[in-house]
Design a protein around this ligand. Structure first.
Ligand code: SAM
Length: 223
């Protein structure tokens, strides 16, 4: 929700990506606008920048990926954001989705467990000029109680079950998106807090890297 200079580099490629997202069913104009404003090429390693505007997940180092743009767009659309929200993101990665979010809500809080990625995301977010973002290095499965409750919580890694602390940190009327399943494939679950009750429904199948933490998967060698 903050006015910033538009990055004009590769604007044509970015607009073609927006067109692709539209063709694949994304309708929320504010979400599409956030994609227009956010230079994905600045969030991927230089060796694969030529692939930045493909609708595909790409490696960002440390065995992690920047998700497919359509997945980011679908997540953001499902949140039905109005612009005044305080949002918690679990799995900052490159910081790309964090910056998309920063265009759509009042405040973004984002947690990443891998120190090198926190550093990378911090640089990327600063370069993008987003000043409504707070980053934390740590286990996102326990949430960030200090700033709770959140109007929306997005988990960008696949969990074995919904982390209970995240449900507890969801505001009345708030939505939590979390892919739940095994390590290789999950179903996106949308949990909504309505009149104090949690209502859940399942969306599309998804494939995310594992959510590793005390309310997620155990650490495996090298992860
Ligand atoms: N949306 C990100 C982007 O735009 O680059 C990509 C997210 S990537 C698919 C998932 C991220 O979740 C990885 O960076 C991984 O290290 C992180 N992650 C996994 N478990 C975590 C946890 N318990 N707390 C915080 N981050 C976690």
């Amino acid at each position: 929700m903050v006015a910033r200079p538009v990055d004009t580099e590769l604007r044509g490629a970015r607009q073609r990506l927006v067109e692709t997202l539209r063709e694949k069913g994304i309708r929320d104009l504010a979400v599409l606008r956030a994609f227009e404003l956010t230079p994905r090429h600045a969030f991927v390693p230089t060796g694969i920048r030529h692939r930045a505007y493909e609708d595909s997940a790409l490696p960002i180092g440390n065995g992690q990926t920047i998700s497919q743009p359509w997945v980011h767009a679908r997540y953001l659309e499902l949140l039905q954001l109005a612009g005044k929200e305080r949002v918690l993101e679990i799995g900052t990665g490159s910081g790309y989705q964090t910056v998309l979010l920063s265009h759509l809500v009042a405040q973004v809080f984002s947690i990443e467990r891998i120190p090198a990625l926190v550093q990378l995301a911090r640089e990327n977010i600063q370069r993008a000029g987003a000043n409504n973002v707070s980053l934390l290095m740590g286990d996102g499965t326990i949430g960030w109680r200090e700033y709770a409750p959140y109007n929306a919580i997005l988990v960008s890694a696949g969990a074995p079950s919904i982390p209970q602390p995240l449900l507890e940190q969801l505001a009345e009327g708030g939505r939590l998106l979390v892919p739940v399943g095994d390590r290789d494939e999950q179903k996106l679950v949308i949990a909504t807090r309505t009149n104090g009750q949690i209502v859940m429904r399942e969306e599309a199948p998804m494939r995310f890297v594992p959510l590793i933490g005390s309310h997620g998967w155990g650490k495996q060698p090298g992860s």
